[in-house]
Design a protein around this ligand. Structure first.
Ligand code: UDP
Length: 372
């Protein structure tokens, strides 16, 4: 008999949720992670009492009550509502695009006039069926907003022209004709009280976790350790990049501890201008309504991903999606390996989506292999 029933490669949300469900029914699980900490990209570092989102800001939001109840069963959430701002030139605008933004840009406060203004700009741009991010953005909010708040930000973020980017990226953002700065349309939203580490610690409670262990470096050893493997790392790396590497966008974080109480008065301020090299500044304490005498800010600089860098955003264009399906076809033939999560699914997942996807898959897994 092998020492473990299931080896889970990666201690991010997908791996932790999967492991938790198996552990609950008494399966012997081992979770490994190549990093020196568990939790994947939700991991936070505590600096002067402030929870710093080490891998970029994470705001939990969902409309799925079941997912909300699930996470709340591990840790209570605060009442944080994400309402970022964007700086263009010397002016500040509200996000997501809503009546506040339209008023700030055009001085209009009648929703009908705003709709007419956008429709006029869409007509002038001659867009009927949007084919790329630029056309999608213009058709949603018109040319002025596109030029002021989207084009520069997006091209910095993704390192390519908005005309070469898929439309779905911008569809993530709501557009509203009400004065409502809530970045998300979801029913439930918040940050775990005490920080995200409490969520991952609670999910992994009682489960053996080995850190600084790289599955791909010790493959033969790990493959012999368990009956099943759940792999949440990059799918192209799993197959030795045999069809070529999948493209990602990476990020460089420049963190500063400042001897002041409040730097920018908000968790997130975006910088829309192409001339500013970073995309946004995060002030972490405001996620938890912190009152510490100091503050920690992080500037985010997007980068082209290269081997050795953290792969953050999958570049889901036609070429890379096709490449991914080649890897996925191989993965589908594996009988004892489950692939899941952002890196194995090559998907721009939000946290609630990863959790939901892991819960569905682990239910199937338990039914198939343990007939429960
Ligand atoms: N976006 C933009 N301007 C902004 C914020 C977002 O043009 O000020 C666009 C940009 O293309 C970005 C996409 O909207 O990639 C999705 O933004 P979101 O805030 O969801 O990105 P994330 O927080 O996941 O990086």
């Amino acid at each position: 008999m092998r020492p473990y029933d299931v080896l889970i490669v990666g201690s991010g949300l997908y791996g932790s949720v999967f492991a938790q469900a198996l552990h609950r029914i008494g399966k012997r699980c081992l979770v490994i992670d190549r990093r020196s900490h568990a939790g994947g990209n939700i991991y936070c570092t505590n600096k002067e009492g402030i929870d710093v989102h080490s891998y970029g800001p994470h705001i939990f939001h969902t409309s799925d009550k079941d997912t909300w109840d699930f996470v709340n069963s591990f840790v209570p959430f605060n009442h944080y509502v994400h309402a970022p701002l964007s700086v263009s030139g010397d002016r500040v605008y509200n996000l997501p695009f809503n009546m506040n933004t339209f008023y700030q840009l055009w001085g209009l406060r009648d929703p009908a006039q705003v709709k007419e203004k956008i429709a006029e700009q869409v007509r002038q741009a001659g867009i009927t069926r949007p084919q790329n991010l630029e056309e999608q953005a213009i058709s949603l909010v018109g040319t002025d907003i596109y030029e002021t708040l989207i084009k520069g930000y997006t091209e910095k973020q993704w390192g390519r022209s908005c005309r070469e980017l898929p439309a779905f990226i911008i569809k993530r953002l709501p557009v509203r004709f009400t004065f409502d700065n809530n970045y998300f349309d979801d029913c439930y939203q918040g940050i775990p009280i005490g920080g995200y580490n409490r969520l991952s610690e609670a999910l992994l409670r009682g489960i053996e976790v080995q850190l600084n262990r790289d599955f791909l470096q010790e493959r033969d050893y790990f493959e012999g350790l368990a009956d099943h493997i759940v792999y949440t790392g990059p799918i192209d790396a799993f197959y030795g990049y045999r069809f070529g590497p999948l493209a990602y966008r990476s990020l460089r974080f420049e963190e500063e501890l400042l001897p002041i109480e409040n730097y920018q008065g908000n968790t997130q301020i975006n910088y829309a201008d192409a001339a500013v090299p970073f995309t946004r500044i995060i002030e972490h304490k405001h996620f938890a309504f912190g009152k510490q005498p100091q503050t920690v800010i992080t500037r985010e600089y997007p980068q082209t991903w290269q081997p050795g860098m953290e792969p953050y955003y999958p570049v889901n264009d036609a070429h890379n999606n096709k490449l991914f399906t080649q890897y996925r076809d191989l993965a589908d033939q594996e009988s004892h390996i489950v692939f899941g999560g952002r890196l194995a699914d090559y998907k721009y997942y939000d946290m609630h989506q990863v959790i939901a996807s892991a819960r569905v898959r682990v239910r199937q897994f338990i039914e198939t292999f343990y007939a429960i």
